[in-house]
Design a protein around this ligand. Structure first.
Ligand SMILES: Nc1ncnc2c1ncn2[C@@H]1O[C@H](COP(=O)(O)OP(=O)(O)OP(=O)(O)O)[C@@H](O)[C@H]1O
Ligand SMILES: [Mg+2]
Length: 218
């Protein structure tokens, strides 16, 4: 059975149908990306997977369990929001620690985990900064770190490959992502290397092009 299974997912906002009966099966370790024009329902679908929107019809199963009506904090899904959604009044460290504190992890463990994640996102000096002091790309990396804190078996990233000006760090992070088997990882590296060469050569690798490359994996 697939690890994540969407069947007949539909989302209506009033009269408007944002997602039409969508089916998708994702196996454990698979990396899948959605590519489509603005407004086609990508964010709405990802938010339904993470539990921030309830489907009007259809069901969502994770690990064989029907989670269609389960609230987000009980789904064990890490999510990076399209708008990053960092808490503006909290430092970077506290943003990252939020889920760990909710779970009442020990102070020492939280401190270690924050340091590891700040290294991973290449922002070791940013612990005490506030989101408004960071660039958009940096905020995005903090949002990624926050989504990784709980080691959720499913990570949902809304437009994570958007390239912050002059930086290819998100691509490096994607390369280190360990939810992949060796064959998928090799293909991912190839696709990301190609995107990086485009960026280095001054050819614009737009978000859509990078997503298209990633989509080649699935
Ligand atoms: N809360 C809401 N209330 C009403 N309509 C909504 C709501 N959220 C999304 N929509 C509508 O649903 C459609 C799909 O939106 P969604 O955000 O899923 O698109 P998207 O594919 O993520 O687009 P983009 O690439 O621009 O991020 C859009 O027409 C949008 O206006
Ligand atoms: Mg979107």
């Amino acid at each position: 059975m697939a690890f994540l299974s969407l069947s007949g997912i539909r989302k209506e906002f009033g009269e408007y149908v944002a997602v039409h009966n969508f089916d998708l099966d994702v196996e454990e370790g698979e990396f899948v990306s959605f590519l489509g024009p603005s407004g086609c329902g990508k964010t709405t679908t990802l938010r339904m997977i993470a539990g921030f929107e309830l489907p009007t019809a259809g069901s969502i199963r994770i690990g064989g369990e029907d989670v269609s009506r389960v609230p987000p904090n009980q789904r064990n899904v890490g999510m990076v929001f399209q708008s990053y959604a960092l808490f503006p009044n909290m430092t970077v460290a506290n943003n990252i620690a939020f889920g760990l504190k909710m779970r009442k992890e020990s102070k020492a463990d939280i401190k270690t985990r924050i340091a590891e994640l700040l290294e991973l996102i290449h922002l070791p000096q940013a612990a005490d900064k506030y989101p408004y002091e960071l660039s958009g790309g940096m905020q995005q990396r903090v949002a990624l770190a926050r989504a990784l804190t709980l080691h959720a078996p499913l990570l949902v990233m809304d437009e994570p490959t958007e390239l912050p000006e002059g930086s290819v760090v998100p691509l490096d992070i994607a390369k280190d992502w360990d939810g992949l088997d060796d064959a998928d990882r090799a293909r991912l590296h190839e696709a990301l290397d190609e995107a990086e060469r485009d960026v280095a050569a001054g050819r614009t690798a737009t978000e859509d092009e990078v997503l298209a490359l990633l989509q080649a994996i699935r």
